[in-house]
Design a protein around this ligand. Structure first.
Ligand code: IPE
Length: 251
């Protein structure tokens, strides 16, 4: 059986964050070719939203919960990120991968901002048929909040174990987790505590990156390692070569 590999690609890699809704088709095309040429891997892809979803989620204040007053944000946010998903899936298929988009709005349910863990048998079945499922951070209906945003990183944390992923990689627009401008080669639940202490100084584990690390540390606590690296190193990661980034692992 082929090795199962989960790759998340950050929204900042595949969209231009400075222009709402602008998809970076050149970068998507380059990444698609790298991915489609790895025929020996059973791949599961997840991507973020970048400027296709974050602006809408913020405009409708979805993070504060969803009621009748802002429910239109569910459609608008999903539409934006689903459009990005369609662009990515189209590019992957053009490059030769048997990619299929899967939307969490229809496939998942959340409680208080966290996706309710499940087996995702439909995704597992796709992988065993040689299909590359392409999931993404999405707006998800939520038992207590009405709806919420589930990030691609949260998805990585929740999908990796039930779907038996042997390797997990997160590609970003920076070379790894940075401290004083240098890549930290390794983070563990224990070392993260010291990093947080240093965060008031120059440690660059903030914003998007800190959310990413938090989700990957949940995985590390369960004994599952993962890697954060620059999107230009996706090929190295897929081939199991050094990628110059950060490994998140158990102490
Ligand atoms: C966000 O997903 C999803 C929406 C806002 C709809 P992510 O949090 O994974 O996206 P990026 O990678 O930070 O852009």
């Amino acid at each position: 059986m082929s090795e199962r590999v989960l790759l998340k690609i950050g929204g900042s890699v595949i969209t231009d964050k400075s222009v709402q809704g602008r998809i970076r088709y050149d970068e998507i095309g380059r990444i698609s070719k790298v991915i489609a040429s790895r025929h020996d891997l059973a791949l599961l892809l997840v991507h973020g939203a970048g400027s296709c979803g974050h602006p809408e989620a913020s405009r409708f204040n979805l993070a504060g919960g969803v009621s009748e007053a802002n429910r239109a944000g569910i459609f608008e946010t999903h539409l934006a990120v689903a459009r990005l998903n369609a662009g990515f899936v189209g590019s992957l298929r053009e490059a030769g991968a048997e990619a299929v988009g899967v939307h969490l709005l229809s496939a998942g349910f959340a409680d208080d901002g966290r996706l309710i863990p499940g087996e995702f048998p439909q995704v597992g079945k796709m992988i065993s048929l040689g299909i590359v499922p392409v999931l993404h951070g999405d707006v998800v209906m939520d038992r207590t909040r009405g709806a919420c945003i589930v990030s691609g990183d949260q998805l990585v944390n929740l999908l990796a174990e039930p779907l038996g992923m042997a390797r997990i990689g997160v590609a970003t627009d920076v070379p790894g987790v940075l401290c004083d401008g240098e890549v930290i080669p390794e983070i563990t639940p224990e070392s993260q505590k010291t990093l947080e202490v240093g965060a008031s100084g120059h440690t660059d584990v903030t914003g998007g990156m800190s959310g990413k690390v938090r989700e990957l540390l949940f995985l590390a606590e369960r004994g599952i390692s993962s890697d954060i690296f620059h999107a230009s190193r996706i090929g190295d990661f897929l081939d199991g070569r050094p990628h110059g980034g950060t490994r998140v692992r158990k102490d």
